[in-house]
Design a protein around this ligand. Structure first.
Ligand code: NAD
Length: 479
């Protein structure tokens, strides 16, 4: 039987830890070994977190083979699967947002469908002038900023994608999800070490702060900043002067035209817009229905369980879930982000049955429910006279984020025209938009959809540098 050097090292570490020798990172470890060593990846000070991840990265690229990366990533998937239920309960408890059962589905999607090193395919050109190879190389230490809406989902997804390419990661998690994020990071680090990997492959500071982000942007040992969250954060990263990958806000419009399968549209829009109480950046946020499709769609959505607000109720709700924004317009009142439809409707005296996961309302295209990225299960519907009107209004509602959009139609010309106009990273035809990240659709999954910087549906490739080796005279061509 062949045993790799890393496997031997892992066995030795386990034996030593059992003898009270060199401690491995284990969940039962009562206290960190020293004030700057961290506790299974969780550090008090950001410079220590970066230093530890930097040392781990040197070890990771020098002493571990691709098959070791595969083995350790499989251990991460197993560990995450074993903790899914625990983390989903903790997220609901800590962030107070979303639905437990949908969070389980999101976790399983990132655990099972985030690609590892297998997607890092080498390219070669062989010709008269020699042999050219291009390969995916690590950046080094990556700072990853994670959102409150997908806290551990993004940690699992980014960990797999980033370490697959030979990087290590320092997370700056959302303060509103810092406890569950630390639990997840420590469990993953434990699994990594138990599978023979280095300590501190992923690190974080116990107290995430903006100052820490600035320090990482200024630290030459951090080679790439990756941010998943709102546009304020993405724009701050873009100004940092360091290479960055930004995954920002969306406000996905849906068009339902007169050729659409209305039963399918009603079912899939209800499913997508109510999924995890609509806190996903790629979830359906407003619908533009054309001509006769409108009434049928409302009927189908009511059949699915939606509550149809009248216009007085709609305006009452605007005053509760939105608030005036400095400089004009509205912004979301964060207290209501990701709450259950029943709880939101209660505020205006409406009681709905348990199966009601979504409120819908008819509004004009310039209504704040259309223009504000609400992230709650209140879906505005706009009645349009023509497909052209629906496209123009959808384009305005999307705000140029170029994030996600969808269409229900059987008209290929309509499908193509809307795709060309809206230019979103994710474009879904005849299904819920979550199909665009592999949840009920083909293709790999990510929780970091990097529209602003262009990497799109990120995977290990997105977090690597391309390096070229040119073998010229006397090169290795065999033909
Ligand atoms: P948020 O912008 O409030 O926070 C995201 C992260 O950025 C947090 O860790 C926060 O601490 C940090 N942050 C905020 N301002 C910052 C600044 N100036 N400098 C550095 N860091 C800063 O977002 P949220 O409420 O956690 O998440 C919801 C938002 O994120 C929505 O707009 C949603 O569309 C977007 N989102 C996008 C994606 C994507 O893949 N494109 C995925 C999830 C969420």
């Amino acid at each position: 039987m062949d045993i790799s050097s890393q496997e031997i090292e892992a066995i030795v570490k386990q034996v030593l830890s059992g003898m009270g020798g060199t401690p491995t990172a284990s969940p039962s470890a009562a206290a960190p070994r020293c004030s700057t060593c961290g506790d299974r990846g969780v550090f008090e000070n950001v410079d220590d977190a970066v230093e530890a991840a930097w040392k781990a990265q040197r070890d990771w690229v020098t002493n571990y083979k691709v098959e070791d990366r595969q083995r350790i990533i499989e251990a991460i998937r197993r560990c995450a699967r074993a903790h899914v239920e625990e983390w989903c309960h903790k997220i609901v408890e800590e962030t107070g947002m979303g639905r437990y059962e949908d969070k389980v589905e999101k976790h399983l999607a990132v655990i099972n469908k985030t690609p590892g090193p297998e997607c890092l395919t080498t390219e070669a050109i062989s010709g008269d002038a020699g042999l050219m190879l291009e390969e995916y190389a690590p950046f080094g230490v990556i700072c990853s900023i994670t959102p409150t809406t997908n806290p551990t989902e993004t940690i699992i997804n980014n960990t797999i994608s980033m370490i697959a390419g030979g990087n290590t990661v320092v997370f700056n998690v959302h303060p509103r999800a810092k406890r569950v994020s630390a639990d997840c990071l420590q469990a993953l680090n434990t699994a990594i070490v138990e599978a023979g990997g280095p300590e501190n492959l992923i690190t974080m500071t116990r107290e995430p702060t903006m100052e820490n982000v600035d320090k990482m942007a200024a630290n030459p040992k951090v080679r790439l900043m990756a941010g998943t969250g709102g546009m304020g954060m993405v724009n701050a990263l873009l100004r940092s002067g360091k290479k960055c990958i930004g995954a920002g806000a969306g406000n996905p419009p849906v068009i339902v035209d007169e050729t659409a399968d209305i039963e399918l549209a009603g079912r899939k829009i209800y499913e997508g817009a109510s999924f995890d109480n609509n806190i996903l950046c790629f979830a359906e946020k407003e619908v533009f229905a054309v001509g006769s499709a409108y009434d049928g769609l409302v009927h189908e959505m009511q059949k699915q369980g939606s509550y149809l607000l009248n216009s007085a109720q709609t305006e009452q709700l605007v005053k509760i879930v939105l608030q005036p924004k400095k400089g004009g317009g509205h912004e979301v009142n964060k207290k209501w982000v990701g709450q259950d439809a029943a709880r939101i409707l209660e505020t205006i005296g409406v009681k709905v049955p348990d199966n009601c996961r979504l409120a819908i309302c008819e509004v004009p295209a310039d209504h704040p429910f259309v223009l504000v990225e609400q992230m709650m299960p209140v879906l505005p519907l706009v009645r349009c006279q023509s497909f052209e009107e629906a496209m123009d209004k959808a384009l305005i509602a999307e705000h140029g984020n170029r994030h996600t959009s969808s269409i229900f139609s059987k008209d290929v010309d309509h499908m193509t025209r809307f795709a060309r106009l809206i230019e979103t990273t994710i474009y879904v035809k005849n299904s819920a938009t979550k199909a665009g990240v592999g949840i009920g659709g083909e293709g790999h999954c990510t929780m970091t959809i990097a529209g602003p910087t262009g990497e799109g549906i990120t995977c290990a490739k997105s977090f690597c540098r391309r390096r070229r080796c040119m073998l010229a005279e006397g090169g290795l061509r065999i033909i």
